[in-house]
Design a protein around this ligand. Structure first.
Ligand code: ZN
Length: 456
């Protein structure tokens, strides 16, 4: 798979995507440190070869963000194709093939980032250059945006771009990561398009007490006060309730699972079922707890230095995540109430509200249509991203509709390789995914329907 024809002569878009992805996967963008600059230069060279100007911004040495734009006639506000260039580290000893070799064998392309998320980035790039090659009559500007630093804090990536060049990336519709198609027990194709994400509240809680010798009883010491308070968090899940997106997510997971457990997941929207089985399911499958309720974990504890000295302070860092419908302020009030000690002090380290977009609009509809054409009879639902957050949150907070999906169908075994070992994508997944992205982007960029925001 070396010098296959790229550029205007390319007729096999799947083969083109495979070749470009292989080259992209060979650029090591492990974050930290990121070093996205080499990746941005590669993308820029491809775009420039197609006659598309690309701007590479450098927020810090080695870090880079790329923005390119195809102008439309302004009938609709811009559409953005967004992906992050950085990847999480790969443990070389645990991989079957080197993580940055672009190893291609037996119809499978290996590499860190194949799924998260250079794969979607390349499908978007192919769709973007196709618009240019075919001189598509665009109803809106289409922006191709590749960012740094998503895998840590986005400080040098989406956040930096939004702060320094907001006009360059202002868009109404944003296609980003956030979900992958699942396979049902009878070969069903199940697609959740991520339209909502959880919010987060990180708090430092500190207990104070008289310091002194560890040899006497001190129930009011900082450490004992903190331990008593934290023990009160071991109650039932709070905010156990299902939004529409949570119901859809559970229904798709239930369809994937099949059997009695699958039926249970599909029926958890019934209040009695949720009350009876929600806590059990959350305990058995921690990943599902993130769809059912707010979650709260003590992640860091700090106090003292000597075994025989009572410290004056003891502190804990607490990670709370909440679903749409709740906010960091409610969660902070809940935390203060639950810990139940007026002597504790609370410091908010970060507060990000949950975000959600309407599940209608030119992009969401175009993705749904393209999926149904490529996978006849498939299920398509708007869902909430089960685990972390993505850069979509920043754009939703500015009023954009963000849709998250890598439009391939992958078995669970393969999905575990994201942030795990042996990340890979098959040729068939690249081919079909590229067809979906090319078709959906063309529809979303050229349709001249109403772009009015739908009320949620
Ligand atoms: Zn990602």
């Amino acid at each position: 798979m070396n010098q296959v024809a790229l550029g205007p002569a390319s007729t096999d878009l799947g083969a083109e995507a495979r070749l470009r992805l292989q080259q992209y996967l060979r650029v090591d963008t492990t974050n930290p440190p990121g070093h996205e600059h080499a990746a941005a230069r590669l993308l820029a060279s491809w775009l420039e070869a197609e006659g598309i100007a690309a701007t590479v911004y450098e927020p810090a040495p080695g870090r880079a963000n790329l923005v390119a734009r195809l102008p439309g006639d302004g009938s609709l506000p811009p559409l953005m194709l967004l992906h992050h260039m950085d990847v999480v580290p790969a443990d070389a000893d645990r991989w079957s093939h080197p993580a940055f070799s672009g190893h291609d064998e037996g119809g499978v392309l290996w590499g860190r980032g194949a799924l998260d998320m250079k794969g979607l980035g390349i499908m978007q790039l192919v769709a973007f250059v196709e618009l240019k090659r075919r001189a598509a009559n665009l109803a809106r500007d289409v922006i191709f945006c590749a960012v740094a630093d998503e895998e840590t804090t986005s400080e040098y990536g989406a956040r930096w771009l939004l702060e320094h060049h907001p006009d360059e990336i202002a868009a109404d519709d944003v296609w980003n990561e956030g979900s992958v198609g699942l396979l049902g027990p009878h070969g069903e194709h199940l697609f959740g398009i991520a339209t909502a994400e959880r919010g987060s509240l990180w708090v430092k809680v500190t207990a104070h007490g008289e310091p002194g010798h560890g040899s006497v009883d001190r129930p009011d010491s900082a450490t004992r006060r903190l331990i008593r308070a934290l023990a009160r968090l071991e109650g039932p899940l709070h905010n156990l309730e299902l939004s529409v997106e949570s119901q859809n997510t559970l229904r798709l997971l239930g369809q994937m699972q099949g059997g009695l457990e699958g039926w249970l997941l599909g029926n958890l929207h019934r209040p009695l079922m949720l009350r009876l089985f929600g806590p059990l399911i959350a305990r058995k499958e921690p990943l599902l707890s993130s769809i059912l309720a707010s979650t709260c974990n003590t992640t860091v504890l700090a106090a003292g230095s000597n075994v025989n000295v009572m410290p004056a302070q003891a502190s804990a860092l607490i990670d709370i995540r909440m679903l749409p419908g709740h906010g960091p302020d409610d969660e902070l009030a809940w935390l203060e109430r639950t810990l139940g000690d007026p002597g504790l002090t609370f410091e908010v380290i970060e507060a990000r509200p949950p975000t959600r977009s309407a599940s209608q609009g030119p992009l969401y509809d175009a993705i749904s249509d393209a999926l149904r054409a490529e996978y006849p009879g498939c299920a398509v639902e708007p869902i909430v991203t089960p685990t972390g957050t993505t850069d979509s949150a920043f754009f939703r907070l500015l009023g954009a509709r963000a849709s998250g999906l890598l439009p391939i169908v992958a078995p669970l075994e393969q999905l575990k390789t994201m942030h795990g070992d042996d990340e890979r994508i098959t040729h068939d997944q690249i081919d079909r995914g590229t067809r979906v992205v090319v078709s959906a982007v063309r529809q979303a960029a050229t349709a001249r329907g109403s772009a009015k925001q739908q009320p949620f």
